[in-house]
Design a protein around this ligand. Structure first.
Ligand code: SF4
Length: 476
């Protein structure tokens, strides 16, 4: 297949060209943590379907990947895109556990009485360390009682340095957590004030040092571009601090998604202070240059990792995957989610819990899985989802997915092949009878390329459906 240069990260010429192409390709589009994306989930799938799916596999079936949604935060960052409940009253933790622990019991009973093996655990949020250390410990022991963890299970969590104490770090390390992910976004004071998240370099460094001293082996840092008042020069200082003083194993460099019609708190951001598409790309460019220059691998979309990190190795071997937790190396699991809004993925069905705490509590109290909506993949979804997964994770897609029965894949996907032609002309992808490969420039437009294979998006656009308020963030 074409595309021998696929592993080269975008260089300065690619980044300059991307700035030129930004106006043409900047449009709302999914990030493809699932295919189809969550807006396609519907209420035709609920608790009974979930229970049948959980029951249908025996104790030796594929391992489980567990996600816990712990939704609480002490204050709202104005850029936040997560499902969050802001409260300073920590009594809410006990109330939440009164539903979360029984939900875990319900699922465990249905999943072969808890004898399915767990290969991955990831509490996310919100701010998981909003929970006091004793509550984290209680929750973790409950999970260990109800499931069998593999000895090498990956146990990771997200923390907010502003609320994470040395007691948290000590407790989490003792419980077996080894990966930690923390938000930084931008250390520039003007930016931090504008997004209502003031977090000093020292506070962040102290947490990283403490985590490493307690045996955490992997540190991920989340940065964000496209925030109010962000400028490449000041962002560069943040990047230098992160690289030189934190030296994370992994970095996520997310683009801020400004969707105030979906996230009302984002209305507090003065839109006049937001960088435009070209400035956003210039900020991203600063990040790519800095991390690649410092020896990090450009994993894809907005992720970087040290060369010896599992993500870099998986990308080089073509075994990288992507789900609601982002890029990962644990393919072939059933993903079970707990807590409000949590999304699971098992046996070709997405299952999402209630978003409203009261509805979630009500279902758990009634002894049923608190599933609000979901989606069962069709055969066509499986094919298109696999192609998008390959593009997002490995930057190329070949015959195995495009033409498993032989022939030229373009005869099987004529509309997609036609839609790729302008992207070929712009140097974003290379195409031949064997497959499709992103160029280094194309790695900056991977969402646009993936969207070509999104039949749901195609149908929505063809029908003119929509209220003029995009459901997705912009691709640039
Ligand atoms: S700490 Fe994270 S989850 Fe909480 S409001 Fe800020 S960005 Fe959102």
């Amino acid at each position: 297949m074409t595309g021998s240069h696929r592993d080269r990260p975008p260089d300065d010429a690619d980044l300059e060209r991307a700035v030129e192409l930004a106006p043409k390709y900047d449009r709302p589009g999914p990030r493809y943590t699932s295919y189809p994306p969550a807006p396609h989930f519907h209420e035709g799938i609920g608790s009974e379907e979930a229970a049948d799916i959980y029951r249908s596999r025996g104790p030796d079936a594929v391992p489980l990947s567990l996600y816990l949604h712990l939704p609480f935060c002490e204050a709202m960052c104005t850029y936040c895109g997560c499902n969050v409940i802001v409260s300073r009253n920590k009594a809410i933790v006990d109330r939440y556990l009164e539903a979360l622990l029984p939900e875990i019991d319900l699922a465990s009973d249905l999943l072969s009485g808890g004898s399915r093996k767990v290969t991955q655990l990831h509490p996310g949020g919100g701010t998981p360390t909003y929970f006091p250390p004793a509550a984290m410990e209680r929750l973790h022991h409950h999970l260990e009682d109800r499931f069998e963890f593999l000895p090498d299970a990956e146990i990771a969590l997200e923390v907010d340095p502003c609320v994470t104490t040395p007691e948290h770090v000590e407790t989490l390390a003792r419980l077996g957590f080894r990966r930690i992910s923390m938000g930084v976004q931008d250390f520039t004071p003007e930016v931090q004030e504008a997004v209502n998240r003031v977090q000093s370099v020292e506070l962040t460094l102290d947490l990283v040092k403490d985590a490493r001293a307690h045996g955490f082996t992997s540190v991920n840092v989340d940065l964000m571009y496209g925030l109010p008042h962000q400028k490449p020069a000041s962002f560069q200082q943040t990047l230098d601090t992160v690289i030189e003083r934190i030296a994370p194993d992994r970095v996520s460099l997310f683009g801020y998604a400004h969707v105030p019609w979906l996230k009302a708190h984002q209305r507090k951001i003065d839109e006049a202070t937001l960088p435009g598409p070209e400035e956003r790309l210039a900020l991203f460019q600063t990040g790519v240059r800095s991390f690649v220059g410092a020896g990090y691998e450009f994993i894809g979309l907005d992720h970087f990792a040290k060369p010896d990190d599992e993500l870099s190795i998986a990308r080089a071997e073509g075994t990288l995957h992507r789900n609601f937790m982002g890029f990962h190396t644990h393919a072939g699991t059933d993903m079970i989610a707990f807590g409000i809004t949590g999304i699971g993925d098992a046996q070709g069905v997405y299952l999402q819990n209630h978003a409203k705490l009261t509805a979630y509590e009500h279902d758990v109290a009634a002894g049923v899985l608190p599933i609000h909506r979901g989606y069962r993949l069709t055969a066509e979804d499986e094919v298109h989802g696999a192609i998008i997964q390959e593009l997002m994770c490995n930057g190329r897609v070949g015959r195995t997915h495009l033409a498993p029965e032989g022939g030229d894949w373009r005869e099987r996907f004529p509309a997609e092949a036609a839609d790729l032609e302008p992207l070929v002309a712009d140097g974003i992808v290379e195409v031949d009878e064997d497959g499709i490969c992103l160029t280094p420039l194309g790695r900056l437009f991977v969402r646009n390329v993936s969207m070509v294979f999104d039949t749901h998006l195609r149908a929505r656009e063809a029908s003119g459906d929509g209220d003029g308020k995009p459901r997705y963030s912009r691709t640039v």
